[in-house]
Design a protein. Sequence first.
Length: 398
Amino acid sequence: MTKVLVVGSGAGGGILASELSRNGVEVTIIEKGPSTPPGDAHRHYDIINTGVEISRTDCVGGTTMVTAGNAVRTCQEELLKHGINIDAELDEVEEEVGVTTLPDSLFGEGTLKIMDSAREMGLAMEKMPKFIDPRLCRPCGKCVLGCSRDAKWTSQEYLKSAINSGAVLIDNTPVVDILIKDEKLKGVRTPDKDYLADVVVLSAGAISTPRLLQRAGLEAGAKLFVDTFVTIGGKLEAIGFNEEVQMNALLKRKNLILSPHFSSILADKIPGALPGDILGMMVKIRDSNQGQVTTNSVVKYNTALDVELLCEGAALAGSILTSAGVDPQSLVSTPARGAHPGGTAAIGDVVDSNLETKIEGLFVADASVIPRAPGAPPVLTILALAKRLGKYLSKERI
Ligand SMILES: Cc1cc2nc3c(=O)[nH]c(=O)nc-3n(C[C@H](O)[C@H](O)[C@H](O)COP(=O)(O)OP(=O)(O)OC[C@H]3O[C@@H](n4cnc5c(N)ncnc54)[C@H](O)[C@@H]3O)c2cc1C
């Protein structure tokens, strides 16, 4: 029987393992991080301090454990240019992870003020689609720490279904090398032992996957994007926005999005303001994919175009917040950060439209394959791409 190894259990790895194992394929998932209850996921943040601060989590479920629950369709046009249509997979994934907008009862005063103020300015701000179960959610503003009520979808759900169908999950085990002999894929190496397989799929995320590819002799790691963001905010006394569901609304502009967002960094910057006194908005851009992952470094800076987009978004956020009642004198910004690293094993450059590398049987299914910054939450796209690969592998290759 064909053996498949999936490296990493985040957005790409979990659904792929589930899709393969329910089609009767023998799957082993090897995950660097530990198993963790959703509410403890924040303990596993692995933050890279480069020009732009890049966040991810290393644990079972990967970075899906700390998402804000935002479920937006992205990259469809870009993928079509590469002959990839993920419409059907997006429909399936949205059904599986339960995408919905939240009921009015889960919208707080701060978010409503921002939405009203945007509408008064003639800007179309809509409810954000979420993979949050409204029956379980009690707003606390802490989605990105991991949900202690397990109200938010995470990749652990696909992992559970994969294990129920016979997949094996090995945690606390980093893959350190791809095994190749006589130009043929043999499996992977971990510190303790080698695992042999016919097919290996790298789903280790856009920082780790290119490093494994580089060690296998492939050119990867260029064109890193992160969907750079800043949070702009100011003082609105006792608004209590920090305990609302974050990013519960969405304003789309060309190459950027705006969404209601609190950051504790803002509270530290505004004299006399407590966290409950701050109203803020995230400005997230489609950044230039000019970063680079090498064996021992990550380079990511803001280009002139990135700065222009961030400024445009910040100006708009400042106007919306001011008309929502924020003291304009108090407006400040966080530094530039990025939570969506991708692009480092891009379709068309490092993998083909079936997500296979030049090494037969070695595939990639994670944010690395996305060719261009989405400038918006990418999880649905990663899930759809990995599901499509799962179908291809189980129906046409195995
Ligand atoms: C704070 C925050 C909020 C976010 N909110 C949203 C949101 O609301 N909506 C959205 O769409 N996106 C969101 N994102 C982005 C989203 O979580 C990521 O884009 C997505 O999880 C990336 O999927 P991936 O499969 O590429 O990597 P990951 O999900 O990071 O999975 C990679 C996995 O591989 C493991 N791994 C790494 N190296 C190795 C190795 N050598 N061997 C074995 N295992 C390894 C890691 O431990 C990890 O479990 C958010 C991100 C952050 C940081």
